[in-house]
Design a protein around this ligand. Structure first.
Ligand SMILES: NC(=O)c1ccc[n+]([C@@H]2O[C@H](COP(=O)([O-])OP(=O)(O)OC[C@H]3O[C@@H](n4cnc5c(N)ncnc54)[C@H](O)[C@@H]3O)[C@@H](O)[C@H]2O)c1
Length: 466
């Protein structure tokens, strides 16, 4: 049921709309490329000229599997172009998707909405014919309603320039697949016209039978932050159990395995380890809690503060375990930090647990050698003081301790004997519960993992039966 339904039933829609994507970062670049792949004419827009230059040249400015090939095809088809010119964007689009960033504010846990406000204002001031503005960025509840008022105040079309919210659920590392074949679409709309126009912009995806949930604007905003809160809570739940395991000598991996067979619980996101990070989950749960306070329902989501705390404690605990394995003092010790990205198959280092751990080790006097298959450049930009290695072999050579921080296949598949020949001492901490403990023990490593009892080679026989 649509709330505040407008009387725009008679308005014609554009069956094959021309699409703009405002903000071509991780979300927007993928959306622009995939919409062109689906057959739409798309104009990607950004304020960052170098990003636009790279995309025009067929280069994706970040690492996302499969995206560069799809970008090349889209450019060759002539359906995808890029610009920094907002006048061009306003003239081009029938449906404008706003995908700009909503990072955490510098001075609070709230979301910084200035980019979203700038993008909507810039479009509203320029658009002079019926068009649909669609927010895809993750925003606090109530933002879309506020933007609706702002847009109709600025726009020469007044309230005729309509706004919808269409939250995005893609996962970095699987962004292309998730965009082309989403689990569901959420259309936050306030008129039948907006619903029909947005449906026309997703026609090929709707034709796959993708479920659509049509909501008011606030519910659409809430779906996204609620989904991220649920996922973060599930991760922090098992990590809280890891803390209990560490105090009792129980094994959190076996616990998670046993829980996962319960179909009411399920195994996904029940993976103990270094916890969540990235440009979404941490800042989204903080902004949600902050917004709930503003709305007078802070208590309802007060648990999110604990979810955040549990998550941050994992990073500190990882450093504790590494220090312990290094003999109680990290000063002068060489630690190979395998991984910098917040998860494998991404070069995103925003709020990355791996980099946080590497930095804490460095601050305790360790010589930290960071290696990530894709994220070294971004990591270096963020923490230029750390040492970066060009390969896993370089990073581990003469290391006193190896720390697995991001579970890239390259690390998970590495041969423990080969690694053992390179390090100074065979000591490893698995921060992701991803390594074959038995294989490491058999190769003579001292093996530690978050939430699991300490193991040395003499216990290999017992643990390898796991
Ligand atoms: N990254 C993800 O996996 C993901 C998934 C779902 C939702 N989201 C949400 O999508 C939004 C964008 O996230 P992201 O990871 O793509 O961020 P990002 O920082 O990678 O990209 C944002 C882009 O917007 C551009 N920009 C800023 N202001 C602009 C303006 N006024 N006009 C045009 N371009 C402008 C920036 O230059 C940048 O290229 C956030 O709200 C995020 O929470 C992200």
């Amino acid at each position: 049921m649509l709330t505040e339904e407008r009387t725009t039933l008679e308005q014609p829609i554009v069956e094959h709309p021309r699409i703009t994507v405002i903000g071509v970062g991780y979300l927007g670049a993928t959306h622009a490329v995939c919409m062109a792949a689906l057959g739409y004419d798309v104009l990607g827009v950004d304020v960052d000229e170098s990003k636009i230059e790279q995309l025009r040249a067929g280069r994706v400015p970040m690492y996302e599997p499969g995206l560069e090939a799809k970008l090349g095809e889209a450019l060759a088809s002539g359906r995808l172009t890029f610009t920094t010119d907002m006048d061009e964007a306003a003239a081009f689009g029938d449906v404008h998707f706003v995908c700009v960033g909503t990072p955490q504010a510098a001075d609070s846990q709230a979301a910084n909405l200035s980019y979203v406000e700038d993008a909507f204002s810039a479009l509203a001031a320029r658009i002079d014919r019926k068009a649909l503005l669609v927010g895809k960025s993750t925003v606090p509840i109530g933002t879309a309603e506020r933007l609706t008022a702002l847009v109709s105040e600025i726009s020469p079309l007044g309230a005729e320039l309509e706004l919808a919210w269409n939250p995005e659920f893609l996962r970095e590392g699987f962004a292309v697949e998730d965009t082309l074949h989403p689990d569901r679409l959420v259309f936050g709309v306030t008129s039948e016209w907006a619903d029909r126009q947005l449906s026309a912009a997703f026609a090929p995806i709707l034709a796959q039978g993708t479920p659509v949930v049509r909501t008011d604007l606030s519910t659409a905003e809430l779906v996204k932050v609620a989904a991220n809160s649920f996922l973060a809570t599930k991760i922090s739940f098992i990590n809280a159990m890891a803390e209990v395991c560490e105090a009792t000598g129980a094994d959190v991996d076996l616990l998670a395995k046993a829980l996962s067979y319960d179909t009411r619980i399920g195994g996904r996101f029940l993976k103990p380890g270094l916890g969540f990070g990235g440009g979404c989950l941490p800042k989204d749960i903080r902004a949600f809690a902050y917004r709930a306070e503003e709305l007078g329902v802070g208590q309802a989501v007060a648990f999110l503060h604990e979810v955040d705390e549990i998550n941050n404690r994992r990073r500190v605990r990882m450093v504790d375990v590494i220090r312990d394995l290094a003999g109680g003092n990290l000063a002068g010790k060489t630690v190979a930090a395998l991984g910098a990205a917040f998860k494998p198959n991404s070069d995103d280092v925003r709020d990355a647990p791996a980099l946080d751990v590497a930095r804490m080790l460095y601050l305790e006097g360790a010589e930290v050698r960071v290696y990530d298959p894709q994220a070294n450049k971004n990591a270096h930009r963020r923490y230029p003081d750390l040492n970066y290695s060009g390969s896993m072999a370089d990073a581990v050579t003469d290391a006193d301790v190896v720390a697995l921080l991001t579970e890239w296949d390259e690390f998970v598949d590495a041969d423990p004997s080969m690694l053992g020949d390179l390090v100074r001492t065979r000591r490893i901490v698995d921060g992701r519960g991803a390594l074959d403990r038995g294989a490491y023990l058999q190769a003579g490593w001292e093996f530690r993992a978050l939430g699991r009892p300490a193991h040395t080679a003499d216990r290999a026989a017992v643990t390898s039966r796991r």
